[in-house]
Design a protein around this ligand. Structure first.
Ligand code: NAD
Length: 476
């Protein structure tokens, strides 16, 4: 397709913005602590002072996004990340002294965390503010300058973030480039000192390739199928609540949402029914319920309905809470849906669902559940429900995932003290809290030799003293 003049202009703006940020970074390569704290306070104020406008924009972009969920998952999460970084930044920035081995003694060894420079942040639509501004918090805490490319699927929110960030920061410190996939592709082709990408695994692969051309480090926050493993004797009503909450929040459009359940003990049907009962209590009238979020686009709506249709066609038992189908369709909402034991070749079991559909599969044991997980790609999150510590440890030891929550869903993500990121196809690198500061920092090794130094003894011509020292070094 030929490029529109707007797209060409958006693409043409990227290079000069990066150049301006590079020049500003060269003028001030070490942004002082007080300035970084002010930057973080600005992000906190930006979300708190503009909550209504942000909620309006996301609501319009989704065609219905719960304002309460926006308050929690966009405003509060972002403000909390900024506040946490502001509080702890002095300690994170302080050079860390480490031990010096005898061969290098006497001397002092320390690690300085220095800003990487000008970084790129590419963000998705599903939590458009959180997934843009929390990486920005980490970049600003580290003293970097950032160019941001938010998602084209949430254009009002992206435009609002561009306006608000321009009110708080000069463009040679923080700038936003908007536009579609071609703008994003051109963006990632530029040289950044770090590229931070959140989105699908498919696009993440091409982002990694683009960054590799410049040997730029990348963080890839990707997706995947996050499983829930349920032990046989945990009461169903106790697990239905957190599973339904995790799956149907934001209508399932959450990277760490439970994607499917592996139920031991012959309880797949009973568990599926309990989840649907719980969902019915959360969202009594799906079509008109302000607490229940719409599917973001017609394309995703069609994709999810096709998954349900395919399952029905193959004779899968499909459970849905009572709802007014016409009202739901008018507002692009898909009712919470459980699919019992779908065959593994269906789209709903091959692809990340990213919507309010939950397959519940029967499995014979914890071992077979772990084997199922290990037969697929390493997921972003894994959930296990069990009252037996040994079962929990068995699952932890036998599987891989970016993160884990035990006896609940998604909560590991809310702790700023835990690194958040994927593994394998669900991503690489991590952020949140100190880990985010480190992701955008270069850990620079500094060794300061004492005035008299042992290197004098390990230089040629090599004699008996050298051999004695080398012998000691072999054993040290
Ligand atoms: P999306 O379509 O909004 O894309 C994300 C970003 O990638 C956008 O800014 C887009 O412009 C850009 N993009 C598109 N094509 C590109 C290209 N060729 N090169 C560079 N950038 C390009 O979002 P999406 O991909 O639909 O997001 C959903 C996926 O993201 C799911 O798989 C989900 O699991 C994952 N996700 C992961 C996390 C996480 O933290 N790990 C968080 C949210 C979403």
């Amino acid at each position: 397709m030929p490029q529109s003049p707007e797209t060409a202009a958006d693409i043409a703006a990227i290079g000069p913005l990066i150049a301006a940020q590079r020049a500003a970074f060269a003028r001030q390569p070490r942004r002082p602590l007080a300035d970084r704290r002010a930057d973080l306070l600005a992000i906190e104020r930006l979300v708190l002072d503009n909550e209504a406008a942000i909620a309006d924009a996301i609501d319009a972009d989704f065609g219905g996004r719960s304002r309460d969920e926006t308050r929690l998952v966009e405003i509060a999460v972002t403000a909390q990340a900024a506040r946490n970084a502001r509080r702890h930044l002095g300690r994170w920035m302080a050079p860390r002294t480490v031990a010096t081995p005898p061969m290098a003694s006497p001397g002092r060894s320390r690690i300085r965390h220095e800003p990487k420079g000008v970084v790129g942040i590419v963000s998705p639509w599903n939590y458009p503010v959180q997934l843009t501004l929390v990486p920005l918090v980490a970049a600003l805490a580290a003293g970097c300058r950032a160019l941001i490319k938010p998602s084209e699927l949430t254009p009002r929110t992206s435009a609002l973030m561009a306006t608000l960030l321009a009110e708080h920061f000069p463009t040679d410190q923080v700038a936003v480039v908007t536009g579609g996939a071609d703008v994003a592709e051109a963006f990632c082709a530029h040289r950044f000192d770090h590229l931070f990408y959140t989105g699908s695994t498919r696009v993440g692969r091409s982002v990694a390739e683009a960054a590799a051309r410049h040997l730029s480090p990348v963080t890839l926050e990707l997706g995947g199928k996050s499983p829930v493993i349920v032990d046989a004797d945990v009461p169903l009503e106790r697990i239905a609540h957190p599973i339904a909450w995790g799956r149907f929040l934001n209508a399932g459009q959450t990277c760490v949402a439970p994607d499917y359940v592996l139920a031991t003990g012959g309880r797949a049907v009973a568990l599926g029914q309990a989840v649907i009962r719980q969902a019915g209590q959360f969202y009594p009238d799906v079509g008109t319920n302000d607490d229940y979020t719409a599917v973001v686009s017609d394309r995703h709506y069609a994709r999810l309905n096709a998954m349900i249709e395919e399952a029905r066609h193959r004779g899968v038992e499909v459970l849905q809470a009572p709802h007014d189908a016409a009202a739901a369709a008018r507002t692009r909402r898909i009712p919470p849906t459980v699919l019992i034991d779908p065959p593994l070749d269906l789209a709903v079991m091959r692809e990340e669902i990213f919507g309010p559909l939950l397959p519940v599969l029967s499995t014979t044991s914890i071992e077979t559940a772990c084997a199922h997980v290990n037969a697929g790609e390493r997921p972003l999150a894994l959930y296990v429900f069990s009252d037996d510590r040994r079962v929990v440890d068995q699952v932890l030891d036998a599987t891989h995932s970016g993160g884990v929550t035990i006896n609940a869903t998604m909560l590991h993500l809310t702790n700023e003290n835990l690194p958040f990121g994927g593994v394998g196809e669900s991503g690489s690198g991590a952020y949140h809290g100190r880990r985010g500061f480190e992701e955008f920092s270069h850990a620079r090794s500094v060794f300061e030799a004492g005035r008299w130094h042992a290197s004098r003894l390990i230089a040629p011509p090599y004699g008996s003293l050298f051999r004695m020292i080398a012998g000691l070094a072999l054993k040290a």
